[in-house]
Design a protein around this ligand. Structure first.
Ligand SMILES: O=C(O)CCC(=O)C(=O)O
Length: 296
């Protein structure tokens, strides 16, 4: 993606993948018959509202927008460990680094029924690894990515110029890039030739937003990327900047879909009381894509 270090990869399932043993067809069937403990959970934001869709979480706890306990992969319905293994395999192909050696340690399952969806958000919470992958089962869905509000307009909602490199294609890109470069050269600290106080820096950032006539106008902000996720497809998002600059939403097109998303929760970011009582072992790596390799 222009200006962003990172990759979004779409793995399109073919008939071999769909029909293989423990593949998406069997998983979809099983998720409808096994008790997966899907439930509507409350948002963690203090409201008493429930999320529309039905969720559960396995492996390390994920401090998601919805509250609720996490459960061990041991004893979980088989499609969940199978999904973890497939997503870890896909992510290793994209993220060729040690961080993926143990595979993902967390899996969030979302069941979407008639008309439910997940609105724009990012998966860049503190304490997450920089690779996130998901598997789609059931009705197709549209996954859309768009530039976040502040990165689109170039300023915060209170009118302060933001100090991150602008993305090509966003309003006033050239001017913002120049202003960004200049601001990078001045530091906050003891007054020196290049240094200014925090208060005058803030004032300067407001002035830049006004001078550049940045507008809090997002009507031209169309999705930058739209993927039609069919049954069995996987998506791997790799790179912290994808989550920093972009947000995504997922809109199922039919009455029943499961979206299973795996992440790496960095244990050092969990408080002792947040750690699970069970051990989350590395993924056993049993899925190796051999069904597809055998075709070639
Ligand atoms: O349903 C999906 O495919 C993805 C859900 C999602 O965006 C998330 O868990 O962050």
């Amino acid at each position: 993606m222009p200006g962003i270090t990172g990759r979004i990869s779409h793995f399109v399932a073919n008939d071999v993948v769909l029909r293989e043993s423990k593949g998406p067809d069997e998983m979809f069937e099983a998720l409808q018959t096994l008790d997966c403990g899907l439930e509507r959970r409350r948002f963690v934001t203090g409201t008493q509202d429930y999320m529309q869709s039905f969720t559960n979480n396995h492996g390390m706890p994920y401090k998601f927008i919805a509250s609720g306990d996490s459960e061990s992969f041991d004893g979980a319905p088989w499609p969940l460990a199978e999904t973890r293994s497939r997503l870890s395999w896909a992510a290793r192909l994209i993220a060729d680094d040690e961080a993926m050696d143990a595979g993902f340690n967390e899996l969030l399952t979302i069941g979407y029924f008639g008309g439910q969806n997940i609105k724009y958000h990012d998966d860049g919470e503190k304490g997450l690894g920089e690779t996130v992958a998901s598997l789609s089962l059931g009705y197709p869905a549209d996954m859309s990515f768009r530039v976040k509000h502040k990165h689109w307009t170039g300023m915060s909602k209170s009118g302060v110029f933001i100090e991150t490199r602008p993305l090509p294609g966003t309003p006033r890109f050239e001017d913002r890039l120049l202003a960004y470069g200049r601001m990078q050269q001045s530091t906050v600290g003891e007054p020196t030739k290049n240094s200014i106080s925090a208060a005058s820096r803030m004032e300067k950032l407001r002035t830049i937003a006004k001078t550049l006539k940045l507008q809090d106008n997002v009507k031209d902000r169309k999705p930058w990327l739209r993927l039609r996720l069919s049954h069995g497809d996987m998506v791997v998002m790799h790179g912290q900047q994808i989550q920093e600059y972009l947000e995504h939403q997922v809109d199922p097109t039919g009455v029943l879909r499961f979206g299973l998303t795996a992440r790496t929760i960095l244990p050092e970011h969990l408080k002792p009381e947040e750690r699970p009582s069970y051990e989350v072992l590395p993924d056993d790596g049993h899925y190796d894509g051999s069904g597809i390799k055998d075709m070639v």
